[in-house]
Design a protein around this ligand. Structure first.
Ligand SMILES: Nc1ncnc2c1ncn2[C@@H]1O[C@H](COP(=O)(O)OP(=O)(O)OP(=O)(O)O)[C@@H](O)[C@H]1O
Length: 877
């Protein structure tokens, strides 16, 4: 759904070529064939050391990659052409991907020296945001997903695969939950099944059109049957089957393979098996992305002390999906606890894990036959660490560490094979020899010794001939064109023996060969060629043998990843003085809690307690900047960390297991989504009120701020009552509506907390410490002053505030009536499944209200709804 998605001229065979199709030169005709067979991508066509594009595609490549647009002329026409050098193509391809293009590489698949006439070319891979495997185009510590969504009635199926590691996940749920999961996984590219009708997403995937029949149940089943013997047993719905089948069918198509060998673990999960965090919560809690420009300001940044890329990706996966089974959480916590107690073990693990390569991606390259000899050595270097890690964990007591240890298969056979077969420091290329170690293959050894003997004979030749001919300056040399030669300078030519045959005349000398030298030369060349070919074959065989062990290697990769995350969590806990959370409590009870991210940036962070009985609502008031948002977020982050299995930033924490965290924080405009601040605020609120449960934690920050005070207060109050009476979720609600604090007296379970500031001579100092009861003043004007608002404005505001205080009293009754009416209207709106505007007094408002009521929301697409809203809003304006 990229805005700058390519025009059709870039994809498919150029019209101007098709017009003279019959007359095209053989090469351009081949180009047109490739474009036609892959008309969903920009074809980069290998011509020698370059990838070339022609016509419309050439213009795009030239513009996007900033390379020169040239032309190719032949008898049929003049074709615009742009090329990128193959040696550093990655950077250019990345630019094309970033600009929203899909790229197909049409490569020479035949050795140019062996081709008679036109060399064969074929599309060898499709490169798109979700199907890239090239190390240079991937982020090391981050999973890149390709996703597919399918729909069957009210059920949605979602499947993702990380083609660089083979991780493949399938899930399904109702629309809302499935979308939430989609946001959480945020695939870089998405294949969408028929009738899915996706809303605007908070991330920006490339949406790929793909053969709709791949979603058919029969073909999905058939695709999946290469990956699992019982496709229907893995999935829980037809929508899931359809999504998973189409996903793998597309991935196979993109990689030009019948089956992706490295996708060996198809895992199905239920979104409810994890703490649910929707896109809004992920964003507002700043788990992965910061809202500020400060580096190191996300939870992931704070936690990321991982030693290897495997650990980094796993840490992110754990953070994205905290657990909800107490037993599983405790299992992780036990392991982390054990490691926090053993600094030596942590150091030891860190040292070994730092030397570990990205095993998951290595395995994929190996099984896709894209790995070179260096990759195999990296695999061995990684496996070499395994016995040491197993040793280090010999005394581990916790269940999880013991199971990690058990999973650390030492893969003796693979290590030995690679160790015996591949030289210690192999070259980058695998076709030019020097890859296979001596002693691995007897035929190779004998071919090599023929070449070596020959070379030795040649190197002795010079001295031998000097002696024989008496020409001291005689030299034996070699060049690419003429091969071996004996060079004699002009003054000595009369002493040249008879059997010397002239090969080349230079200015001051002549070059000769002898029949024997020629024979030796042929022998050496034959042997070297033979050795190179043999080495290549042997290498491929070793690579295939290693690939056959993919599953075992992936098992080790998984164990290393978990070990690195546990070690990291323990390191972070020790370094930052975190405490082990205790589960089994009904209430949230945090002693001296801190915000894990803010405390890093703050020289003196003030710890705060949080004591929230199950189902209670804490109304938090206090001046701007006093710490309300930080406090709410820190409670949520403590919950997230605890359910990840991490220690938490607090002196102690007793917690229940939370099923979902909802947030409505900050009034940020969703410009891309086309929603106004208030609209967005209300739709987030609706989400919460509809979906929160007694086991949920809800954070509300200044709900209702985007509209008039009267309406805002009414909505805030109505929402509080609804949460209290109907939902029962534990809630933290920061508000500037002081009137709201009065509810505390009316409802059991609703209580006030406040943040204070001291004020001396108009100067405000924030204490950042939470206290019981409501706040007495908002200090808004003082904050304005702190921020540098001109004195005259601040003074005028102070006057207005004190005038307002008297006026307020007389208007209380009036406002209470208004509040009640708006509140009723709002609750009505909620019950009818839509938000209604305030009481209508003018004819226009009545019309707007009527139209809103008449709208059939069930059959309205999100876009139509937005258009309708925008029209209604304009009328009101
Ligand atoms: N416990 C604390 N200890 C030290 N500094 C803190 C603490 N809590 C917050 N702060 C600092 O105060 C700043 C403002 O905090 P925060 O955004 O939570 O205030 P707020 O009350 O929510 O403000 P507003 O009402 O304007 O949204 C933070 O950026 C942080 O630097």
């Amino acid at each position: 759904m990229n805005a700058d998605a390519p025009s059709t001229a870039v994809y498919g065979a150029p019209e101007e070529m098709l017009a003279v199709r019959e007359d095209l030169t053989p090469m351009l005709s081949q180009y047109a064939d490739c474009c036609e067979s892959h008309d969903d991508a920009l074809v980069l066509f290998q011509v020698g050391d370059f990838y070339e594009a022609f016509c419309g595609a050439a213009e795009t490549v030239a513009r996007t990659c900033e390379v020169t647009l040239t032309k190719r002329e032949d008898s049929t026409g003049t074709w615009p052409m742009a090329g990128i050098p193959i040696d550093n193509a990655a950077g250019y391809i990345e630019r094309l991907l970033d600009a929203g293009y899909r790229v197909a590489l049409a490569e020479q698949v035949e050795d140019t020296s062996e081709a008679s006439g036109l060399v064969d070319r074929a599309v060898t891979q499709l490169i798109t945001p979700g199907t890239v495997v090239d190390e240079e185009l991937l982020e090391a510590g981050r999973a890149t997903y390709l996703g597919a969504v399918a729909r069957d009635g009210d059920t949605y199926g979602l499947a993702v695969v990380d083609v660089s590691t083979g991780e493949c996940l399938v899930t399904g749920a109702d629309r809302a939950l499935a979308l939430e999961e989609l946001e959480r996984l945020a695939p870089a590219e998405l294949v969408v099944g028929p009738d899915c009708d996706l809303p605007i997403l908070s991330f920006d995937p490339m949406v790929t059109p793909f053969d709709a029949s791949a979603f058919d149940l029969d073909s999905a089943r058939e695709t999946l049957s290469s990956y699992t013997t019982q496709p229907d047993a893995i999935v829980e719905s037809e929508a899931e089957l359809s999504a998973a089948g189409a996903l793998l069918a597309y991935a196979e198509y993109a990689h030009g393979e019948e089956k992706l060998e490295y996708v060996s673990r198809l895992t199905r999960f239920d979104p409810r098996e994890f703490l649910q965090l929707d896109a809004t919560a992920l964003r507002s809690l700043e788990l992965f992305e910061s809202r500020s420009v400060r580096a190191g300001s996300t939870l992931l940044d704070v936690l990321d002390e991982t030693a290897c890329a495997l650990g980094r990706r796993r840490l992110e996966a754990w953070l994205r999906r905290p657990l909800v089974e107490r037993e599983d959480i405790e299992r992780r916590l036990d392991a982390v606890a054990e490691l926090t107690d053993d600094a030596l073990l942590r150091d030891d693990l860190n040292q070994h894990l730092s030397a570990v390569y990205d095993l998951e991606r290595l395995v994929t390259r190996i099984s896709r036959e894209r790995a070179n000899a260096r990759d195999l050595r990296s695999l061995k270097a990684t496996l070499d660490r395994v016995p040491e890690l197993t040793d280090a964990l010999a005394d581990a007591e916790s269940d999880l560490l013991r199971s990690v240890r058990a999973d650390l298969d030492e893969l003796e056979d693979v290590r030995e094979l690679v160790g015996d077969a591949i030289v210690g420091d192999p070259p980058q290329e695998i076709t030019e020899g020097g890859v296979i170690a001596d002693g691995f293959d007897s035929e190779l050894d004998s071919v090599r010794s023929t070449a070596t003997d020959g070379k030795e004979w040649v190197s002795n030749l010079e001295a031998h001939e000097q002696e024989r001919t008496g020409i001291d300056s005689l030299e034996v040399g070699y060049n690419q064109v003429h091969g071996y030669y004996i060079e004699v300078t002009n003054p000595n030519l009369d002493r040249v023996p008879e059997e010397y045959v002239r090969r080349q005349t230079l200015k001051n000398s002549e070059r000769f060969y002898t029949p024997e030298l020629k024979e030796r030369e042929d022998e050496i060349l034959r042997a070297s060629d033979r050795a190179d070919a043999l080495e290549y074959d042997l290498f491929c065989e070793v690579r295939r043998d290693v690939a056959a062990e993919s599953e075992r290697i992936q098992g080790v990769a998984g164990a290393l990843a978990v070990l690195d995350v546990l070690r990291t969590l323990a390191d972070v806990a020790v370094a930052n003085d975190y405490a082990r959370p205790e589960f089994g409590s009904e209430n949230i009870d945090i002693d001296a809690g801190r915000h894990p991210v803010v405390e890093r940036a703050q020289s003196e962070f003030v710890p705060n307690p949080a004591s929230l009985p199950r189902g209670s609502i804490a109304l938090i008031t206090g001046p701007n900047m006093s710490g309300k948002s930080t406090y709410m977020r820190q409670v949520a982050l403590v919950v997230v960390l605890a359910q990840v299995g991490s220690f938490v930033p607090a002196r102690s924490a007793r917690l229940p297991v939370i099923d979902r965290i909802f947030t409505r924080i900050g009034a940020s405009d969703d410009i891309a989504g086309g929603q106004s601040t208030f609209m967005r605020e209300m739709s987030e609120l609706t989400e919460i009120l509809h979906n929160a449960t007694e086991d949920s934690l809800v954070l509300l920050d200044e709900v209702g701020r985007g509209t008039s005070t009267t309406d805002g207060l009414a909505i805030a109050r109505a929402a509080t009552e609804f949460l209290h009476d109907d939902v029962g979720a534990t809630t933290l609600f920061a508000t500037h509506y002081h009137d709201l604090t009065e509810i505390a007296g009316e409802y059991e379970g609703v209580f006030n907390l406040h943040f204070t500031a001291t004020q001396t001579e108009g100067e405000v100092t924030f204490l950042h410490s939470v206290a019981d009861g409501p706040s007495s003043s908002s200090y808004g004007v003082e904050v304005a002053q702190l921020a540098g608002v001109p004195h005259s404005v601040v003074d005028r505001a102070r006057t207005l505030v004190s005038d307002g205080a008297t006026e307020n009293d007389s208007r209380t009754d009036e406002r209470e009536t208004a509040t009640r009416e708006t509140l009723d209207a709002y609750i009505d709106g909620l019950e009818n499944g839509h938000e209604e505007s305030e009481d209508s007094t003018t004819a226009d408002q009545q019309v707007v209200a009527d139209e809103l009521l008449a709208a059939d929301l069930a059959s309205t697409t999100p876009l139509e709804a937005l258009n309708l809203l925008s029209e209604l809003q304009n009328r009101l304006k």
